[in-house]
Design a protein around this ligand. Structure first.
Ligand code: WTA
Length: 669
């Protein structure tokens, strides 16, 4: 059982010392003040069985990243081997040049003959409690048939197909069926509005839309086909619509354009030969919802992406034949692409897919699912963990979670308090936690512990995945030795984005213009003496107060450490003297009294943890915080409220009522 190593004392949240206060604050770096000293080495038992256990392998991969990636690519199914592993003319990378493949052969066909034919691929549970189990053979058959349906409706290699479905097996089937025939899928999260859907369809000029009559979320029916019809009124490129019958929901059918999935499947030929494509053929476009600006169509290609998805799933999640793996992400996000559809299937894993909300009908739904299917590997987001904390440990306490052996998080920096809660309450102090940093753009995990090898530190994504070269740089591209700076990736990696669909200039400006030939992800980070990376969040979320550049995430972490607080978002507000001051939006735990006294206590608490410079000028209590549909806090909107501006783009906001509530609270202050 991993226990905090004896050498390290209890956590020391350092106050600002004279030396750190004197730390040079140039526009190039970000000051960091919160220092987390607890460490969690892997247990001997985990170490013994871990797939990636030898530090020597890590060093070897570091010496020759391209060779490492080639060795991973060799484990996939190729029709034709590549002749050159990498061609790099910044910002354009080509991986496995000359290679030909079809990703579905690695994800499906190989399993028909390697002993996985009758192994469970998907265990699906709908929100109302309906269940389906599909073996690798079932999935292979379904994908083949559906690929033939797509072909039958005129879809060809290179065509774009938009997918707007709930989290049902047909979503995975539709993605793979596109890949089977070389079509490019563009999955649009089922919670998006008609307007967001039509924007994405039009940007990609998709020829087909695959949707459903509806889906379930928190007991409500999401009228997907209805919303799709609204969107399609302004989508001239769509020729056909395929509709999966999820429920018995009312809908309108447009003759000639609309087709039932099950009807097409009845007559479909059961075998569809894979279309072999070049390694650099586009596999999918995925629009980043983003906390800022208009969505970007991030483009990924085939051979490199699959190599990255396969290798990271294999080593980070340590998947074994008997594991039951559950990534709670929807396929509408990149996490669902890489760690539901491609990575686990390429590894022949058995995985759980759940359609609905974590608190339906009660806040223990996830733990019920873990118990019912014996989930052993569980991957979710910090926002979900903070919600579980808010709901209380009695909910997981009602269930047997002893099947769990590995936990993961992704999507945001995880506050050390949430990390510890996850470790103790969900992981029973027994499971390593992999805090994985990556992006839609990077395609796969980039910075992460390797369970069984890496000593973890709560709140740190720890170290680069083998073959990945991140760094913390200043504006001029010089490595930051002490403190925070800008996260960068200095060498190409196989799953990297190959562009923004139809917008070369934005691709170059956004990611490649800060330094020469070095990728800029837009995040701030700190590197500690042990070479551990601490992600500080988006650089847009940095506050410049009295000459200090502070990361909002650190102040939030300090607030969340207070026993009354479950979630916090901190933004900068204009201030005559300091340039910017801090406003903290705070969600309290159940039964906590929101009064002036608590405001004073929270301000003092931040001063104690970080220093007086971080003391929030204002503290605003909010029942909930505004989040994107993928659960990221939208500080941009809070900034607009706090500085009295008109709200910017709110189309990616999950629940508009939240922001109205906060606006009211703020004007009352
Ligand atoms: C943030 C999700 C800290 C980060 C796969 C990144 C994280 C953005 C972490 C990408 C992590 C993701 N620690 N921050 N472990 N993982 N982020 O495109 O700001 O939805 O740039 O991809 O999420 O979000 P995206």
């Amino acid at each position: 059982m991993p226990t905090p190593s004896k050498k390290t004392p209890k956590k020391v949240a350092k106050r600002v010392t004279a030396s750190s206060r004197n730390a040079k604050s140039t526009s190039a770096t970000i000051e960091t003040h919160l220092h987390e000293n607890r460490t969690f080495p892997p247990s001997a038992a985990f170490k013994k069985q871990a797939t990636f256990a030898a530090a020597a392998n890590y060093v070897k991969a570091g010496r020759s990243p391209v060779k490492f990636w080639e060795s991973m690519a060799k484990e996939l199914v190729w029709k034709k081997r590549w002749t050159k592993a990498l061609e790099w003319k910044a910002p354009d990378a080509k991986w496995f040049i000359g290679g030909k493949l079809n990703v579905t052969e690695t994800c499906l066909d190989q399993h028909l003959t390697n002993g996985n034919r009758n192994k469970v691929a998907l265990i699906w549970e709908g929100e109302p409690g309906d269940k389906r189990v599909m073996s690798y053979y079932d999935l292979w058959r379904e994908v083949n048939k559906f690929a033939n349906c797509l072909k039958g409706l005129g879809i060809k290699k290179g065509d774009r197909v938009a997918i707007y479905l709930p989290m049902i097996p047909e979503l995975v089937v539709a993605m793979l069926a596109c890949a089977r025939i070389g079509a490019i899928h563009s999955v649009v999260f089922g919670g998006f509005s008609p307007e967001s859907l039509s924007d994405r369809i039009n940007d990609a000029e998709a020829k087909m839309l695959i949707t459903a009559d509806g889906g379930y979320r928190r007991g409500q029916i999401i009228p997907l086909k209805h919303d799709a019809d609204v969107a399609l009124a302004s989508c001239p490129t769509i020729e056909h619509v395929i509709v999966v019958k999820r429920g018995d929901f009312l809908l309108r059918f447009k003759e000639g354009r609309d087709h039932w999935y099950h009807r097409l499947m009845q007559d479909a030929d059961p075998v569809c030969k894979p279309t072999y494509v070049d390694s650099e053929h586009p596999l999918f476009i995925l629009y980043t919802s983003g906390t800022t600006g208009k969505p970007k169509g991030i483009m990924h290609t085939t051979g490199g992406y699959l190599t990255g998805a396969y290798a990271t799933t294999k080593f980070v999640f340590d998947i074994k034949p008997d594991d039951v793996y559950w990534c709670t992400a929807d396929c509408g996000w990149v996490t669902g692409h890489t760690y539901v559809t491609y990575g686990p299937l390429a590894n022949g894993a058995t995985q759980v897919i759940y359609e609905g909300a974590p608190d339906w009908p009660d806040p223990d739904r996830f733990w019920q699912v873990v118990e019912d299917y014996g989930v052993s590997i569980f991957y979710t987001a910090p926002t979900a963990i903070r919600a579980f904390m808010k709901w209380g440990k009695e909910w997981p306490g009602q269930h047997d979670l002893s099947s769990l052996r590995l936990l993961g998080t992704v999507g945001e920096p995880i506050n050390p308090e949430a990390w510890i809660w996850y470790h103790e309450i969900i992981g029973g102090k027994r499971c390593p936690i992999v805090d994985t940093w990556w992006q839609t753009e990077t395609g796969h995990i980039m910075i992460t512990p390797l369970p069984g090898l890496t000593k973890t530190k709560p709140g740190s994504a720890t170290q680069p995945f083998p073959g990945i070269s991140p760094a913390v740089l200043d504006e001029n591209g010089k490595p930051v030795k002490n403190g925070g700076g800008l996260l960068a990736v200095t060498h190409p990696w196989p799953g990297m984005l190959r562009g923004i669909w139809g917008d070369r200039k934005r691709f170059v400006d956004t990611y490649w213009s800060k330094w020469d030939g070095i990728y800029f992800p837009g995040d701030g980070a700190r590197i500690d003496k042990g070479g551990y990376f601490w992600i500080l969040g988006r650089v847009d979320d940095v506050i410049n107060t009295a000459g200090h550049r502070l990361s909002t995430m650190e102040v939030e972490s300090a607030l969340v450490e207070h026993p009354s607080v479950v979630e916090a978002a901190v933004v900068g507000i204009p201030h005559d003297l300091k340039g910017e001051a801090l406003a903290a939006f705070v969600t309290l735990g159940p039964k906590q009294k929101a009064d002036e006294k608590l405001i004073g206590k929270l301000r003092d608490f931040v001063a104690l943890k970080i220093g007086a410079l971080a003391k929030p000028e204002k503290v605003i209590f909010a029942a909930d915080l505004p989040k994107t549909r993928s659960g990221k806090i939208m500080r941009r909107l809070l900034r607009d409220i706090a500085s009295g501006k008109v709200l910017g783009d709110t189309t990616t906001l999950a629940d508009p009522a939240v922001i109205q509530h906060i606006q009211r609270r703020y004007s009352e202050e």
